[in-house]
Ligand binder design. Structure first.
Ligand code: NKO
Length: 206
């Protein structure tokens, strides 16, 4: 049990590494918590116009989610579904409430994508494709994230009935992540409803 607790804590610490802030600092950009949506995430870093920095943020925040889950499975081969689900949620919570940023973190989209890759690569592909389609059609990163967060648990459940080997515990973990993702986007939801949300590609497109 102490070992499981250590794995969960480790996942939380890995999830806590804020790549938006780290990448911005390394590349000499402003702290993403000081402009735009003030969110330490890939979308907000893109608002500087630096696509490389945004891509590295996305890559880093996703990679840490994948790595946290992969490491737990490596350190505890055959880890049971519920402890693994706790590891998954802990990595995600690390990004939302990072110990390294006074517990004020991001919205968890990229990190959620990373844990999906670790859980089931095809689920990650389907969810990322959903994000991309909404982003291309509507040009709102937040809306794309919300739609993807809604569908990821749905895909998991339906996928399990077909080919994917699904665990109820991981389905619950994805639903919890989805709910938290909506909660973290509440200001975005208000802006979407009011029509004041900023679109991808900068500028106020009509
Ligand atoms: O600054 O408030 P903002 O406008 O920046 O940002 C809103 C945005 C915050 O998220 C990010 C990360 C962007 C990542 C883009 C690629 C993600 C593709 C896959 C989505 C996976 C969804 C998670 C499923 C959860 C179960 O939203």
């Amino acid at each position: 049990l102490a070992f499981t607790a250590a794995l969960i804590l480790l996942a939380y610490l890995i999830g806590s590494v804020p790549f938006a802030v780290v990448v911005s600092k390394l590349m000499g950009l402003q702290d993403p918590r000081s402009y735009g949506s003030k969110n330490p995430g890939a979308t907000n870093v893109l608002r500087t116009g630096n696509k490389t920095a945004a891509a590295l943020t996305l890559l880093g925040d996703a990679a840490k989610g994948w790595f946290a889950v992969w490491l737990a499975e490596k350190l505890a081969p055959g880890i049971a579904p519920w402890p693994l689900a706790a590891v998954v949620v802990a990595a995600f919570l690390g990004h939302l409430y990072p110990i390294f940023l006074g517990f004020k973190g991001g919205k968890g989209v990229a990190t959620a994508l990373g844990v999906l890759v670790a859980i089931q690569p095809w689920l990650a592909v389907a969810t990322a494709a959903t994000w991309l389609i909404i982003a291309i059609f509507f040009r709102y990163s937040s809306l794309a994230s919300l739609v993807a967060a809604f569908f990821a648990p749905v895909y998991y459940v339906f996928g399990s009935g077909m080919a994917w080997y699904a665990q109820p515990a991981l389905g619950v973990a994805l639903a919890v992540i989805g709910v938290l993702l909506f909660y973290r986007h509440r200001a975005n939801i208000t802006r979407l409803v009011q029509g004041t949300e900023s679109r991808i590609g900068g500028g106020k497109k009509k």
